[in-house]
Each structure stands twice: as structure tokens, then as C-alpha cells.
Design a protein around this ligand. Structure first.
Ligand code: C2O
Ligand code: CU
Ligand code: CU
Length: 547
């Protein structure tokens, strides 16, 4: 067993050609646009303690092996967080709001869901490999007052997944109003990591749920529907201006971007203003084979990163910040909306190889939406206040898990083009229509998908239900990705491992590998869509039939 595992590791290492390459070198960053300490909650404020989920209440950890009753309902006073809606669960006398479902791999999940909202809804388990009936993709809805029962097996590897509503056209509003929660799948790899690093959930292993907000209710403008809604404040676990008291040891942060549309460029900075690296150990679908040392990483909506921050050498009294750094948001759709329309309408097979000449971030940001916090603007998100010196000697394991690369030799390639025409964001020139499945896949086959985004476009975070995939290549990427590339195929550290959501920048092509083996005897229907929730609601989604 031990022998076999070791062999698998080596095979996986060889197959993916992974060395412990840096995400980017640590000296070449000018630090331009660094958020200053004063930027934390705009001068003066001291911040509030980060909300950390416990064993009850908001995001409380609940073991999902017993049947659960879950109600989507208006939030009640005292639920915690700024939200209007909540998933409420009561179990053995304990009340949970948006509980964190802790699920051992192989376990059966039974959830009796009740819709106590005034509009239809349904729950989607983002990242989990379940059948259509349990996927909650919106083809079947629970009307107000109705119930829907889920019953499925947890087939996925250990990782951080999440759940949120998926009623077509109403997803963005319901998620913004507070309907989302975490799913932690556990397996052997996970247990081994926790033991090696002496990690304990909610003590040294902390979930960070990022959501930017603008006002209490969801009220998108026309521009928001086009670009995606950007908030003015970034809350973490519902806390504005959060800080966390820490000790001198390794912390694990499991980060979910639950924002409707915003992409972050996450990094750490010391009190003296120096960038500090972190270790990336996992992405959407779980642990990587080997840890990757990173200076910063993009995190698009719905993506997750699992990171380790080593504070063993930090000084008591020091404050570090987790920040989002300056980047070009590349909202190029307005630069020449007409050109994009024409181009998409003509159905060109490939985007013209335009050299990405990106306008300076500041200018572009300034003209953009008139938002107080444009996408790509830097900001301090979370303070880590070193309070206590403790003895801690654990080392990050060199091998974390095994990942078998999908064998793509001879696989069929499916082209998917992202573009804008006649006022709508489209995939292969189409918008979503209930009941249509423009993507027809033969079950038990392997495909590669070439996802190409037009140059006159904006970044789109593309997500597939039902299957985790592997990113095999990025081509014609914008210049700002260059320092983050870790291999000759143009991939980023955050592209490695199993993924269910991948950000495709304007002018870029991303090739992914998909293994359509599935355990369900009948044909299944899934969704492929942009996870910018305004784009998804606007129809940037296609049905996928696997038969
Ligand atoms: Cu987060 Cu269609 O999914
Ligand atoms: Cu825009
Ligand atoms: Cu999009």
C-alpha cells in the first residue's frame, strides 16, 4: 500500500512535469500600487475580529452523515453577517445558519430542503460529482413553500466545495443576499496533512469567504448586468475590516471567492511593506501533488485556493496583511463594443492574434463603472496580528496527494468561444435556453475543450457542473500573467490539480482536459457557464448532455 502510493506520487510527478517551481520570483515585483496600512478600512479604524465558524450558528461545522433539514428563509436578527437570506438548519437542538457541511468521502448525504422564500429556488452543490437530479442546476425548482429532497454519495476528493442557489435568472440576487455555504470533503490525504502540520479546523485552519458588497439589497444597474456587480467593501466571513490574532506557527487558510463578479489578486505583506510568500497546497478540487511557493495568485469568482502561511519567524506585535493587489481588470468590452459584436456575429472560428496592449490600470479603472472600488484596485483585506510566541516545528510535507493526469492523446477537441453580441454575453454565439443542450458529450470518453475568449471582452470564470477538469494549457495570455506562469504550457500555480472553475482572460485560450466517465447509468444534463453571476443570470450558460 505504502509502496504503491509512493509509486503513484512519482508517476504523477513525472507525468505533470512538476518541479517545485516558484509561482513567481520573489525579487522582481516593484510593489507598485501596494495598499498602505492606512488603506485598511480607510484610516484610523481598528477593525473587527474575523468571524470564525464554530460548532453552531453562522457557517457552523456540521457533520453531514445524518439526514439534514435545510430551509432557505429570510435571515433573522442575530444570525450574524449582513445578509437578508439564510439557509437554516436545526440538528440535535443546535441552530445553524449556512452550515459548513463536513463530509467524509464515500458518505451518503440526505438533505430535505424547504423553500421558505417568496420566490423559487434550488440548491446546487458546487464542485460535487452528483447526478442531474441532485445537482440542483435549475431545471427543477422548489416553488415557495415547496420541498426538494437530495440523496447522493460523496465521490469527490477532499477539498473545499460550496453550495449556493441556482434558479436561472435569480441566482445572483439570492447568493448576494446571503445564500451560500461551505462543503469540506475529508479523506486520507486530508487527515495526513492535518496530522503533519498539527492543523485543527477553526483554530489553525480557517476558512476565508470573500464577498464584496454594495449596500444591503441586491440592486444591479444595467452596467452591473453587463460587467458583473462590484461591491465597495470586501467582507470576509461576513466581517468588514477583519483582523485575526495569530501565534508563531503555520496557518492554513481555505479561501473561497463567493463574490458575484470580482476577481482578486491575493498576496501577503509584512508591516514593513515587504511582500511575503505563501504556499499553495490546493485548488478547487483538492490538494496538489507538491506544494507551490507563491508570491500572489488570482482568485476568480467561485474558485478556491488552499494556502499555508508560515508565521513561525514572525515577531510578536507584528501585523501582516492579506491583500488584493493592483492588476488590470481587462474590461475590454467597452473599448470597442461594436467590433466585438461584429466579430462574434460573423462567427469567426478564432480570435485574431492581437498583441495584448493593455491600457494602464489606473486610467481604465477610473473610467470604469464610476465604482468607489474598481476591480483591480489594491486593498488590504485581513490583518494578521501576531500575539503569541509558541514552539512549532512542523514542516510542510513534500508530497501532499496524487493526481493522475488525464490522458488526452487522441481526445476529441471541442471549441468554445466566449463573446458578446446583441447585448448578451454568449458561449459559441448562443445564450442559455432551458431544455437545450448544445454541448453533447459521449459518456466515458475523454475530451479537451479549447475555451477562447475574444480580445474585446472581459475575463470570464468558466465553470462546469458534475466533473472536475484539468487545465492543460494557456495560450496568448495577457502580459500580466507572465510572471505567474510556472511551466512551458503557460499554466499558473492555481491551474494545477483538479479544477471546476477557470478564469479566461480577454484574448486568451485555455485548454482543459475532461474525463466523462460517470457512475450513473442514465444520461445526465449539466451546466457550463460563466460564474460571474450577472453573466450567468444573463444567459452565459449552456446545457451539457452526457449520454
Ligand atoms: Cu457555482 Cu452553476 O455554479
Ligand atoms: Cu466592465
Ligand atoms: Cu462572464
Amino acid at each position: 500500500m505504502v509502496m504503491k502510493r509512493r509509486r503513484d506520487f512519482l508517476k504523477a510527478l513525472g507525468g505533470l512535469g512538476l518541479a517545485a517551481l516558484p509561482c513567481r520570483s520573489l525579487s522582481d515585483h516593484a510593489g507598485g500600487g501596494a495598499p498602505s496600512a492606512a488603506d485598511f478600512c480607510g484610516n484610523g479604524t481598528n477593525g473587527q475580529p474575523l468571524f470564525i465558524p464554530g460548532t453552531t450558528g453562522l457557517f457552523g461545522r456540521i457533520s453531514g452523515n445524518a439526514p439534514l433539514r435545510m430551509r432557505a428563509a429570510p435571515a433573522s436578527r442575530g444570525d450574524g453577517g449582513p445578509w437578508q437570506l439564510a439557509f437554516a438548519v436545526e440538528q440535535e437542538g443546535r441552530r445553524y445558519v449556512n452550515p459548513t457541511l463536513v463530509l467524509p468521502r464515500g458518505e451518503r448525504v440526505r438533505i430535505d430542503f424547504e423553500n421558505a422564500l417568496t420566490e423559487p429556488t434550488i440548491v446546487h452543490w458546487h464542485g460535487l460529482a452528483v447526478d442531474t437530479r441532485n445537482d440542483g442546476a435549475g431545471m427543477t425548482l422548489a416553488a415557495p413553500g415547496e420541498r426538494y429532497s437530495y440523496d447522493f454519495e460523496v465521490r469527490n476528493r477532499s477539498a473545499l466545495y460550496w453550495y449556493h442557489p441556482h434558479p436561472h435568472g435569480m441566482t445572483a440576487g439570492q447568493a448576494y443576499r446571503g445564500l451560500f455555504g461551505l462543503i469540506e470533503v475529508e479523506d486520507e490525504d486530508e487527515r495526513r496533512l492535518r496530522i503533519a502540520l498539527d492543523l485543527a479546523p477553526v483554530k489553525s485552519e480557517i476558512p476565508l469567504i470573500l464577498q464584496d458588497r454594495r449596500g444591503g439589497d441586491y440592486a444591479p444597474t444595467e452596467a452591473d448586468r453587463m460587467h458583473g456587480l462590484l461591491g465597495e467593501d470586501v467582507l470576509i466571513n461576513g466581517t468588514a475590516c477583519p483582523y485575526l490574532d495569530v501565534a508563531t506557527r503555520i496557518y492554513r487558510f481555505r479561501v473561497l471567492n463567493a463574490s458575484n463578479a470580482r476577481t482578486y489578486l491575493l498576496g501577503l505583506r509584512t508591516a514593513s511593506g515587504k511582500e511575503m510568500p505563501f504556499t499553495l497546497i490546493g485548488t478547487d478540487g483538492g490538494l496538489l501533488v507538491t506544494p507551490q511557493r507563491c508570491n500572489e495568485a488570482f482568485l476568480a469568482t467561485a474558485e478556491r485556493v488552499d494556502i499555508l502561511v508560515d508565521l513561525s519567524d514572525a515577531a510578536v506585535g507584528e501585523t501582516l496583511v492579506l491583500e488584493t493587489r493592483a492588476f488590470d481588470p481587462m474590461h475590454m468590452e467597452m473599448v470597442s463594443a461594436m467590433a466585438a459584436t461584429d466579430h462574434a456575429a460573423m462567427g469567426h472560428a478564432s480570435p485574431p492574434p492581437v498583441a495584448p496592449v493593455t491600457p494602464p490600470n489606473a486610467d481604465h479603472a477610473a473610467m470604469h463603472h464610476g465604482s468607489a472600488f474598481p476591480e483591480g484596485a489594491p486593498r488590504a483585506l485581513l490583518q494578521l496580528r501576531v500575539r503569541e510566541r509558541i514552539a512549532y516545528a512542523a514542516r510542510i510535507p513534500a508530497l501532499l496527494a496524487s493526481v493522475d493526469p488525464i490522458a488526452v492523446v487522441g481526445a476529441t477537441e471541442r471549441p468554445l468561444r466566449l463573446g458578446f453580441a446583441k447585448g448578451r454575453w454568449r458561449i459559441n454565439d448562443r445564450v442559455f435556453a432551458m431544455g437545450e443542450t448544445p454541448i453533447e458529450v459521449r459518456r466515458d470518453t475523454i475530451e479537451t475543450w479549447l475555451i477562447r475568449n475574444y480580445f474585446n471582452s472581459m475575463p470570464h470564470a468558466m465553470h462546469l457542473h458534475g466533473f472536475q477538469f484539468q487545465v492543460i494549457e494557456r495560450e496568448t495570455s495577457p502580459e500580466q500573467l507572465a510572471p505567474l506562469k510556472i511551466d512551458a504550457r503557460g499554466r499558473l500555480a492555481t491551474d494545477i490539480g483538479w479544477k471546476d472553475t477557470v478564469l479566461v482572460w480577454p484574448g486568451e485560450s485555455v485548454r482543459i482536459a475532461l474525463d466523462f466517465r460517470m457512475p450513473f447509468p442514465e444520461a445526465q444534463t449539466y451546466m457550463f457557464h460563466c460564474h460571474n453571476l450577472e453573466h450567468e443570470d444573463g444567459g452565459m450558460m449552456l446545457g451539457v448532455r452526457v449520454a
